[in-house]
Ligand binder design. Sequence first.
Ligand SMILES: [Zn+2]
Length: 117
Amino acid sequence: MADCIFCKIVRNEIPARKVYEDEDIFAFHDIRPLAPVHFMIIPKQHVATLYDAGMAQSRALGKMLAMAGELARKEGANDGFRTIINTGRVGNQEVYDLHMHVIGGPDPLGPMILRRT
Ligand SMILES: [Zn+2]
């Protein structure tokens, strides 16, 4: 997808603070971090949402989870972190290129979703 902001980051057309890159995945810091450690891991191949992913993305999706712990530690989240993949309108997905947030420490993050009552 030519004008996708995350694809532009992968192609180095938009600067980003890179955390990791290999042939399948790319990781970079969130420009509006919600915690001291907050980066995204994305498949290099454009996939709009987790709905659109399938077995063609299994290797990249597997690597995203497999690398999350190592990269979180490297970035300083040594006592836990949270991974989030927002999907579609209900998931409050902001950029329509599948991405997994890795958010961590040093303080506990609070409940997964705020209760409305
Ligand atoms: Zn994209």
